[in-house]
Design a protein around this ligand. Structure first.
Ligand code: G3H
Ligand code: ZN
Length: 310
């Protein structure tokens, strides 16, 4: 049986991080799971409150469980950015492997008190469940933002991280270290990158003594990500990059199959498009060699080739 704690421990020992990718439909789930299988690396599937509402809490749990059982592959399900105790309990009861309880919009003390309560309640349902807490401000919304907010005054300090972890008993901590949810249009076009405070990550990891998650991974500079992982980041969340790829793949499918109405002849374009992003990110997080651009183009045409032979 695959164990999420072992996976995190192994990743840390080998200087890697586990990729966490949000899904809102079967296209995204297929892309995430098949990318991880192709590279033979563990993966976390994330579903936020909105994504869970769309897919169904028990339905996404059943899907991921069936993938893990059928393939005996280390794929885990995380209830991302959960804002209430009720929603956290619902996810735990549905069989999620981990829950991110996010009360980071509240004052530090209130956040700590609520998070401690959630840790107790979830462990009573499933002692093996992993609970993550969040501190600092990294903005909201895995989408394209018109203006990137200046969040530099809300960065997490090592002292806060230590106090929060010791008080709440969280298994994993998500700090604010220069990261931000979502992307600007310039980031989507590759003209601008997010940068991280690597020294702060290393100090927080030493002080907190639990695995750290980097939220808001989309659009982050590759070298910063490598250094962040070396400094103590164990999980990296990516969402907006997948959503951008999902949309462009879907548009390609609709344009290529202009008169097609069969979903499974259009949607593979979106799966392939998302896969290219997931594969690239997983290679980076797991120190796998990057694929030259020509091969990427070849891979992007896989959906079309599949169409031709079917
Ligand atoms: O929890 C989700 C992530 O933190 C995703 O952030 O949309 O900037 O990749 P992102
Ligand atoms: Zn996040």
């Amino acid at each position: 049986m695959h164990d999420i704690r072992n996976v995190l421990e192994l990743a840390r020992k080998s200087g890697a991080a586990v990729g966490h990718f949000n899904v809102a439909d079967l296209v995204l789930l297929k892309a995430v799971f098949s990318s991880a299988q192709e590279l033979d690396v563990p993966v976390l599937v994330g579903a936020s409150e909105g994504e869970r509402e769309f897919m169904g809490v028990r339905q996404i749990a059943a899907l991921v469980r069936s993938l893990r059982e059928e393939s005996d592959f280390p794929v885990f399900l995380n209830a991302d950015h959960t804002h209430t105790l009720e929603m956290a309990i619902e996810a735990a009861k549905a069989g999620f492997d981990s829950v991110v309880f996010d009360a980071s919009a509240l004052p530090f003390e209130e956040n700590a008190h609520q998070t401690k309560g959630v840790v107790g309640a979830l462990k009573a349902i499933n002692p093996a469940i992993l609970v993550e807490g969040e501190i600092g401000n990294i903005g909201t919304g895995s989408e394209i933002h018109q203006f990137a907010p200046d969040l530099s005054k809300y960065l997490t300090t090592p002292a806060e991280a230590k106090q929060f972890v010791e008080f709440t008993g969280v298994d994993v901590l998500a700090p604010a270290v220069g990261n931000m949810h979502g992307m600007s249009q310039k980031m989507v076009e590759g003209e601008s990158k997010k940068h991280l405070d690597i020294e702060r990550i290393a100090q927080i990891r030493t002080a907190a003594r639990v695995p750290l998650t980097l939220h808001g991974g989309s659009g982050t500079d590759d070298e910063d990500l490598r250094q962040a992982i070396a400094a103590g980041i164990s999980i990296v969340h990516i969402n907006t990059e997948l959503r951008v790829a999902w949309r462009s793949g879907l548009e390609e499918g609709l344009a290529t199959e202009a008169h097609q109405v069969v979903p499974y002849k259009i949607l593979p374009f979106a799966v392939e498009s998302v896969k290219q992003v997931v594969l690239e990110r997983l290679r980076l997080f797991n120190h796998r060699p990057q694929v030259p651009a020509r091969e990427k183009t070849d891979a992007a045409s896989t959906a079309r080739e599949r169409q031709e032979v079917s």
